[in-house]
Design a protein around this ligand. Structure first.
Ligand code: 9MR
Ligand code: ZN
Length: 536
């Protein structure tokens, strides 16, 4: 019995959907208590993701800015939300500022961090796991997640989301993030990404290879980062990290060239050195050494990472050698819309599909474009087939399912940009609605946004800082039908529907952690919508 809504709000000019569960009808009420729209529900349909009986609530015709809520036919009130010309302004700011709060190796000062300050962390030298006599300075970058590790492949994906977002929706990034570099004449999104890129550069060795990760041997206790007593080690070079590095540095070189040619040149050289290493080392996949229990980011295929590297290096240098490499790789099966940390073929697609005319043959362009549109079609159909509006089947609810939802929003957004078709835009909005509260948990999966925003992220500083509320703007991993932490196992009974396998508990790393690459697709999606609705 409920109406589930996007608790942050809807664009006045956009599609407006909510979801009715287990009730016969609904009415929409404005802040003066007046009913502005009232409807009986069409027949309810069983939803296999949530186990609910649901129907779509379409109130797109209401476009007057203001605060609203629903009352269902059982008298049950929904969360309140706004209809606005700019519903996501504050959310966007905090979702981007999140990366500043993840900074490692630097003190977070009050003037930038407000009350969420901490002293500089993890500033000691690090040593090679396989050769402890080698140690070096490796400060900087973003903490990956609720843990304090830093992982190249995961970081490269987050930076890629942000840089492609900046490239595709530049007008949304005209904002001052109030970070130490603000006001230096460079867009703050680039200032923030540089903090991570500078750390990537430290992870490249003399041969051009890139170490996979820099973490402690085990996850530390729930302490502030500066109180973490564990030493950090660096695990061996992998082709995954090296190819991602080549891709992201080439991309960054292209984007920073206008603002900081010297830095762009450094990135270009680093990317080319990584490429040279890749040529000499056909495939070097990572296996987490048994004695080290921090994250693996395991992945058995590096072809997609190499494809991305080729695409960005070709765009940067226009050297046909890279085009040939890319063309060869297109003969094997690679998912060309994947945008997550294990599969990155979608970044190659961004690169090809935003390239200047004439750089690629029609055949190659069409191949990338067609697979993008095919995937967007499939997602739209799934999304339109259920009243929660998500392009998900039960099996999609794994660890970090909210990333899956948001990556789908990215695919749909970019499909809209490629074709101008409103149905893709509307489907993208539905994915965002789900994240912001239009779901069976009646929960907004972004801290600080929504009447029922989740409050207990599995995030070490949040647990240890002595402040009640979490830092705003953080995305939760979300429902996981195979929860595997004690907190979630206690709170989620056997047989629970996939969309309900969620525990807003600080101990629940398998349903309620935060990561940089769960925030970055939110940033991408919001930036795109803001460009479409606000900056045109
Ligand atoms: O996001 C990762 C998820 O897809 C995996 O299933 C999970 C288990 O291997 O690991 C997640 O990544 C974690 C990483 O290993 C360490 N930092 C926190 C990440 C989010 O939980
Ligand atoms: Zn740190």
């Amino acid at each position: 019995m409920a109406v589930y809504v996007n608790q942050t709000g809807y664009y006045a000019k956009g599609v407006k959907h909510a979801t009715l569960a287990d009730a016969d009808g609904w009415r929409l009420v404005d802040s003066d208590g007046r009913t502005v729209l009232e409807k009986d529900a069409p027949s309810l349909k069983n939803d296999e993701n949530s186990g609910d009986s649901i129907a779509l609530v379409d109130f797109s015709e209401i476009d007057k800015p203001g605060r609203y809520y629903f009352i269902d036919s059982n008298g049950q009130k929904s969360c309140t939300f706004s209809i606005s010309e700019k519903p996501y302004e504050n959310l966007f700011y905090d979702a981007v500022k999140m990366f500043y709060f993840q900074r490692c190796g630097i003190a977070l000062e009050e003037k930038y961090a407000g009350k969420f300050t901490h002293r500089a962390c993890h500033t000691a030298k690090v040593s090679l796991l396989k050769n402890p006599s080698v140690s070096f300075e490796c400060c900087g970058g973003w903490h990956d997640a609720g843990d304090y590790g830093r992982y190249v492949t995961a970081g490269a994906v987050a930076v890629a989301h942000l840089l492609y977002s900046y490239e595709i929706s530049p007008s949304s990034f005209e904002l001052d993030l109030n970070i130490p570099e603000s006001g230096n004449g460079i867009p703050d999104i680039l200032n923030e990404c540089r903090y991570e890129l500078d750390w990537f550069l430290k992870m490249q060795n003399d041969e051009g290879g890139v170490y996979h990760k820099c973490t402690s041997m085990h996850h530390t206790a729930f302490v502030m980062p500066e109180d973490d007593p564990l030493n950090f080690i660096v695990t061996p070079v992998t082709s995954l990290a090296t190819a991602d590095f080549a891709g992201v540095c080439a991309l960054a070189s292209r984007i920073y060239a206008k603002h900081d040619p010297e830095y762009a040149e450094r990135l270009r050289k680093a990317s080319l050195r990584a490429y040279e290493w890749l040529v000499k080392n056909p495939s070097l996949i990572y296996e987490n050494p048994e004695e080290c229990t921090t994250g693996t980011y395991g992945d058995w295929c590096d072809a997609d990472e190499r494809l991305w590297a080729y695409a960005e290096l070709y765009r940067l240098t226009e050297d046909k050698m890279f085009l040939n490499g890319l063309t060869d790789l297109l003969n094997i099966q690679i998912n060309l819309t994947a945008l997550g940390w294990s599969d990155v073929g979608g970044f190659a697609a961004f690169s090809v599909l935003t390239a200047p005319d004439g750089l690629y043959s029609k055949d190659i362009y069409t191949k990338f474009k067609q697979s993008w549109i095919d995937e967007a079609e499939r997602l739209t159909e799934v999304s339109e087939g259920n009243a929660y509006g998500i392009a998900f089947h039960p099996f999609n609810f794994g660890w970090g399912s909210n990333m899956g939802v948001l990556l789908n929003a990215m695919i749909l957004s970019f499909a809209h940009r490629l074709t101008g078709k409103t149905k893709y835009l509307n489907a993208a909005i539905s994915q965002l609605d789900y994240i912001l509260g239009r779901n069976t948990m009646d929960t907004s999966y972004v801290t600080g946004y929504g009447e029922k925003a989740f409050k207990n992220p599995h995030n070490r500083p949040t647990a240890a800082d002595g402040i009640d509320e979490p830092i705003p703007g953080y995305v939760s991993g979300g429902p996981n039908r195979f929860p595997c932490d004690e907190a979630a196992l206690e709170m989620i009974g056997p047989g629970t529907a996939p969309m309900k396998c969620y525990a807003d508990h600080v101990g629940s790393y398998s349903t309620n952690e935060i990561t940089i690459y769960w925030n970055s697709p939110l940033v991408f999606t919001l930036a795109y919508l803001m460009t479409v609705f606000e900056n045109n």
